[in-house]
Design a protein. Structure first.
Length: 561
């Protein structure tokens, strides 16, 4: 490996160097290059996102399991889950994880962002972030007058919900006494209703399709394919990044700022490799400490979920489409006409509910699917069935990202510390019992067969816990590893303008900076975060605050519904 490079030779220069072309990086690239005044360079290790596996929404289980598109990270053995090593997919492709995710669009609850603001991320309350959600999107079918966007790059729509099971799920929720909502991304998240997806004109509408590809037509934006090794620091300022192409190690110069958007796994890794992180850990790895930020790689959070599967008495589920002939037909219809079952992620009904009285806003999420199958596309259940993916939203468990070695090519050590709180177990038992209650409603009478998973035999707390330990899966929402907070918070890594505390010329704008995980899927909040961060980077006055008031259940103190 050739290390013989002159200290002052930079192979490329730009005003802003953005590391990663994912949900946040694509947004930043587009917004920072928009007025034509700044030269922007995006560094991406992954390859192209062209091809049916990524662009066809129904094929979502493929790219997440392909080494070509996924970094292939996994956890250390998780002690509370029978020492299972859990998959931690992150997109290694243009568009990042927005090119391999489930395309579910959830903004998060207003109170999530108020909590950020309360915890020291000043200027990130719901009133502050709502205008950025609106700026990002063009909403198709969202509630009018509830702060939905009408002309943003990110198209957000709904599936056709042609399968009667989608309506049975919402009706069953209502029969169980829960709220119904016309738009969980509007002012009323709580309730059962249609799920939203980032699909447009039959294609996955990733951050690459929405933001990066249109912006790449500008002469002041370019992309470079390379492996980023670390940030180059000089006198406490980020002046560029060290990259590798093939066997050659090179340098790229940032005239103004280096912007990290490399994911909540790779961003803390890059910070630590660059000498920014917990001093003792860096010294162990033989890395010179630039600034001691103990919060780097800490505060790691995720959502877990279980599949509750029920057999269907009627042959109306997607099971009949899982054979090769049907798949070929769906694929052909999608390829030539961008129509049919290939154009949806099949998550077309959803719910956000509260686990118990005294919980102010939803802390359980449902995705409903008219087939009984695993998320990774493996092991469909025998025969027709349907399932609800369910999980708690605000676990108190926290994990860490640590360097396995000082070699930039080594994968980091990932420990989520899943299910580390007694409350996590109580919440999940509640999720299972609640799902059974919903599936037992009259709306499901024409369809309901036996319970496939967990199965009727699994009833006691101990039996449920054993099932959870063996079957719970990540929802793939890692975040929080470089949290945003007040400058005097020793665990904060970035200030409320996304600047890394203790150094100059370096920002983090991805899901790493979330102080606490938001309700639901994280792609929407990741895009919003980069939208707002782009204004901070450019020194612009933030968009005017929203005066919209979120709906909070008036019965929240007395009842869970």
């Amino acid at each position: 490996m050739s290390h013989g490079i002159d200290k002052d030779i930079f192979v490329q220069q730009a005003d802003y160097v953005v590391v990663g072309s994912g949900s946040a990086g694509s947004v930043a690239a587009a917004r920072l290059s928009q007025d034509g005044k700044h030269d922007v360079l995006v560094l991406e290790y992954g390859g192209t996102d062209f091809g049916p596996f990524i662009q066809m929404p129904a094929a979502l289980s493929y790219p997440m399991n392909m080494a070509r598109y996924d970094w292939g990270f996994g956890t250390e053995p998780e002690p509370n889950l029978n020492n299972r090593r859990m998959a931690t997919p992150r997109g290694k492709v243009i568009g990042g994880s927005s090119s391999i995710n489930g395309m579910v669009y959830v903004r998060g609850h207003a109170r999530d962002f108020d909590h950020w603001d309360d915890q020291g991320a000043k200027g990130w309350s719901y009133a502050d972030v709502q205008p950025y959600f609106a700026r990002a999107e063009t909403s198709h079918g969202g509630a009018q007058g509830e702060g939905r966007g009408t002309d943003g790059p990110l198209h957000v729509g709904r599936g056709k919900r042609e399968n009667p099971l989608f309506h049975a799920f919402v009706k069953a929720g209502e029969q169980a006494g829960y709220e119904v909502t016309d738009d969980y991304n509007g002012l009323k998240q709580e309730g059962f209703g249609a799920m939203e997806q980032t699909v447009h004109q039959g294609r996955r509408w990733s951050a690459a399709n929405a933001y990066l590809r249109p912006a790449m037509k500008r002469p002041n934006l370019r992309m470079m394919n390379c492996y980023v090794r670390k940030v180059i620091m000089e006198d406490n300022r980020a002046i560029g990044v060290e990259i590798q192409r093939g066997d050659v190690i090179e340098k790229v110069r940032a005239r103004k700022e280096v912007i990290l958007a490399a994911s909540s796994i790779n961003t803390p890794k890059l910070l630590m490799l660059s000498g920014i992180g917990p001093a003792a850990h860096l010294k162990e790895q033989g890395i010179s400490v630039i600034t001691d930020r103990p919060g780097v790689g800490g505060n790691l959070q995720d959502h877990l979920e279980l599949y509750i599967q029920q057999a269907s008495l009627l042959p109306i589920t997607l099971y009949s489409k899982l054979n090769l002939f049907s798949k070929a037909l769906i694929g052909a219809q999608w390829l030539f006409f961008k129509s049919g079952l290939g154009t949806t992620n099949h998550f077309e009904s959803a719910a956000f509910v509260r686990s118990k009285a005294g919980v102010e806003y939803p802390d359980i999420q449902y995705h409903f699917l008219p087939v009984a199958i695993r998320y990774d596309g493996k092991a469909p259940a025998e025969g027709h069935g349907f399932q609800a993916h369910v999980g708690p939203m605000r676990s108190k468990s926290r994990g860490t990202i640590r360097l396995a070695s000082a070699d930039p090519a080594a994968s980091p050590e990932i420990r989520f510390n899943y299910m580390d709180h007694e409350e996590d177990w109580q919440d999940f038992r509640r999720c299972i019992r609640l799902t059974r209650e919903i599936f037992a409603q009259a709306a499901f009478d024409p369809y309901r067969g036996h319970e496939i998973l967990p199965g009727d035999k699994v009833q006691s707390d101990d039996e449920l816990d054993a099932h959870i330990r063996e079957h719970v899966e990540s929802a793939y929402h890692p975040c929080g590893t470089a949290k945003m907070g007040a400058i005097d918070d020793p665990m904060a890594v970035v200030d409320p303008e996304c600047r890394v505390i203790g150094v100059k010329g370096l920002r983090v704008i991805d899901t790493s900076i979330f102080p606490r995980i938001t309700n639901g899927n994280l792609n929407g909040p990741a895009i919003m975060t980069a939208e707002k961060a782009s204004d901070h980077i450019l020194g612009r006055t933030p968009l005017p605050k929203s005066n919209l008031e979120p709906w909070i259940n008036p019965r929240w103190k007395e009842s869970d519904r």
